[in-house]
Every structure is written in C-alpha cells, then in structure tokens.
Design a protein around this ligand. Structure first.
Ligand code: AMP
Ligand code: MG
Length: 416
C-alpha cells in the first residue's frame, strides 16, 4: 500500500503545477467580478479640473480676510457657474461667482463659501435669481471647498494592480479614467464528469437502487464560486466504453480543468481509473484526510485533472481543500482561506487522519463555539447544507473533549 500523503504536501505539489490563464479583452460592463490582467495606469488626472465641493460662491480667499459675524464682507456676483459648464472669465478682486457642486473653479478664485454661510437664499433651488451681491460672515482658508485637479489620481499613476478583482468601486474608477474595455484573465472552463450505474439526473424517475447525481450540481456551484465556468456532461455508465466516450467528449470542449467524481476507490466498478491511465498521466493518491482519502491527480492530454471521491461530502471537502486553491491560481484570483478559532461545544472524534468535521458556529460570551452538524458520514450531504465551517482535527488526534480549541475553515458568513 502506498503511504498516506500529507494534505499540505499534496496541495503544494498541485499549486506548483497550476498555470494562470492568458488575458482576454472584455467590455467594461462585462468586467464585473473579473480579474485584472495587467496593472492599470491612469492616462488622466482625476478630477480633471479644479472644481467646487459645495454649492456656494467662489471667491478670492483674500477677500474674506476681514469677515466676521459683526462685519460681513459683501462681494458683487459676477458669474453663475453650473456643473458641466466652462467659465470663460477670470474672477477679479471684489467679485464672487455663484457655483454648483462639481462645477469648474474660475481662474482667480481660491476658495468656495458654502451657500449656507451666506445671506443668499436658495429656497427656490435652480430657479433662485442670481443676486447682485452676496454677503458672508467668516474668513476662508486658501483652497477651502475646492477639489484640486489630480487630488484623487494623478495622470501616470498606477491605480490597480494585476490580480485585482473588479468590484463596483473598480468598475467606476475604470469608467472615470475612460476605459471602455479591460484586459482580464480568461475564466477557466471546467468540465464535470460523473459516472455510476446508480446515478440518475434530476428529471429522471428514481427507480429501485438509483440515486440522483448530486455531485454534478454541487461541483458546478463550487466552480462558479471559484470564478470558473462549469460544464456538466451527461452521466457515464459503469462500463469502459461509456466512460471513454465521456472523457473524449470532455476533451473536445478544450477545457482548462477536468474534474471527475467517483470511480477512484477500489470497488469492482471503479473503471474510471482504467480510462484515466489510458488517456492521461495520473497518480492515485491516498491522502491523509477525512473525508476524501482516495483522490486521482494528474493531466490528461495536457489538461490538469482531479478525480475526486464519489461520496458527496468527500467531493465537496476535497474540492474546498485542494481544488479551490488550484482553480484560484488558474483563474488568477487571490486566494485566502478564512479561518476562525472556535471552541468545541461537544466531544469530537476522528480516526487519526486530518479530519474536516462539519460544524455550526455560534457566539457565546465573546467566544466562537463549534457544534457538530450531526452525522459526519461522507454520504450525508445535509451536513454540508447545515455547516458554517469545517473544523480541522489535526493528524494523530482521535478524540477531543468539549471545550477544545480548533481552527475552523469558514464556508459561509455565520448567521449570528
Ligand atoms: P464510488 O467512488 O463510485 O464507489 O462512489 C462512492 C459513493 O458515492 C457511492 O455511494 C456512490 O453512489 C456515490 N456517488 C458517486 N457519484 C455520485 C454523484 N455524482 N452524486 C451523488 N453520489 C455519488
Ligand atoms: Mg461508482
């Protein structure tokens, strides 16, 4: 028997093999949640011109030097500047320009007094008449309420690094610098291969001895979450011809990653192994983890391949631990595992392999408590439906009393 492979060693080997995909160009509206392929440099200053941060009056700040509550300063109103307009005259000493938020500061002006700090009444909104004079009662600092050209970004500055995931702020920023298209990492096409005479699809009748293919669906969800494009093929039967046909079809799609479930253990019908060896260069790993000991890994015609175990929880847990980081690397996505320390609410058992026990998290007196989801059978998919996280029982530990501290991998934001 091959020795059990340590989980961390397996993951390190896998990650060393994975290559990030090339870039493709997409339109800005399509770029949401995609990964930037090259550093982005702004060709322009933002804001592109000095503009007002307030509705009010642009003045020369020196004209406010003597203003206080008892001695207001009065300036003649020489201009009215709306957002989107371009003032064509200089503001002279003794003058003020009525100005709206976002409108360009006229040459000569060095501060903006908000309308609330003047004697002007804008209760009529945009229809308020332009007064001949405006009075105000305080001094202004130089530059007060002026948003300076380039204060947000200077032309030539790197505003986003390669590897950044484009969210709402990034897409807005790219629009701001006038970027209609953006180079992003291509999304990996991931083919899902299920096989088993017992499996039927969701629309089929559940005859005696049959179960529904759940892994095809959970894998599609996991792949999508990891930024890939899942492609689910029809279920193969437990015979060589059917499995060969499925793998040939998978390769015709030109996938970036192949993921199969089932057929990698030692059962009589585990013919997937035979086909993997015919078509590719595959290692069969016995990994020191629970669930998920049998796992196939390698390449088929140059395409990275994972043969995950068939039990639904094993499929999901091996994906989480080994495939998710690999897929993140292929997709060029930053990957960080979210873990918390939690206290076990009851006793936990393991068999000495590194175990990933499904737990529900809660908070008690400032501590995070981990409660088992119940049956930990690798066939019991409900344990994943209930789970907030995977509590890691280290190698060599077979029993943990209540009150033990464990690391828990977060699968979702706990509901506390
Ligand atoms: P195998 O590796 O083929 O021996 O399968 C191990 C267990 O996983 C068996 O109980 C199978 O019925 C189950 N199984 C295999 N593939 C799937 C699947 N796609 N969806 C749900 N259960 C599966
Ligand atoms: Mg099977």
């Amino acid at each position: 028997m091959q020795p059990l492979l340590n989980v961390d060693t397996a993951l390190a080997n896998i990650l060393a093999d994975m290559k990030t995909l090339e870039a493709e160009t997409v339109s800005l509206p399509e770029s949401h949640d995609r990964v930037i392929a090259d550093d982005i440099v702004s060709p322009i200053d933002l804001p592109p011109f000095d503009n007002s941060a307030m509705d009010g009056y642009a003045i020369r700040y020196g004209d406010s030097a003597t203003a206080d509550h008892a001695n207001p300063v009065s300036l003649s109103v020489a201009m009215d500047i709306l957002a989107g307009s371009a003032p064509d005259r200089r503001l002279e000493p003794g003058q003020a320009a009525r100005i709206m938020t976002g409108a360009p500061i006229p040459a000569g002006a060095t501060a903006v007094i908000p309308v609330e700090d003047t004697d002007d009444d804008w209760s009529k909104g945009e229809d308020s008449p332009l007064p001949a004079e405006v009075r105000f009662f305080r001094q202004l600092d130089r530059g007060e309420n002026i948003r300076r050209v380039g204060e947000n970004i200077e032309a030539g500055a790197t505003i986003m690094r390669a590897g950044t995931v484009i969210g709402p702020a990034e897409v807005g920023m790219l629009a701001g610098i006038g970027c209609p298209r953006v180079d992003v990492i291509r999304q990996p096409k991931v083919v899902i291969l299920s096989s088993g005479d017992e499996l039927v699809d969701i629309y089929d009748e559940l005859r005696p001895g049959k179960i529904r293919d759940t892994n095809g669906y959970t894998l599609a969800g996991l792949i999508r979450q990891a930024g890939g494009i899942p492609i689910r093929l029809p279920i193969a039967k437990d015979n060589l011809e059917s499995i060969r046909a499925l793998y040939r079809r998978a390769l015709e799609i030109n996938p970036d990653l192949l993921i199969s479930t089932a057929g990698v253990s030692v059962g009589a019908a585990d013919l997937v192994k035979v086909v993997m060896n015919e078509l590719g260069d595959i290692d069969f790993w016995r990994i020191n983890m629970r669930p998920g000991k049998p796992l196939a890994y390698g390449t088929i015609q140059g395409v990275p391949f994972f043969g995950l175990p068939g039990n639904p929880v094993s499929t999901m847990v091996t994906f989480e631990i080994l495939v998710k980081p690999a897929l993140a690397k292929i997709a060029g996505r930053p990957f960080k595992r979210e873990t918390v320390k939690a206290i076990t609410a009851g006793p936990l058992k393991s068999d000495g392999r590194r175990s990933y026990n499904r737990v529900i998290l809660s908070q008690e007196k400032g501590r995070i408590m981990a409660q088992t989801t119940g049956i930990q059978s690798s066939g019991a998919l409900m344990s994943m439906v209930k789970a907030d996280g995977l509590a890691i029982i280290p190698e060599g530990v077979t029993a943990l009393p209540p009150g033990s501290e464990l690391n828990v991998i977060l699968l979702r934001e706990p509901d506390w």
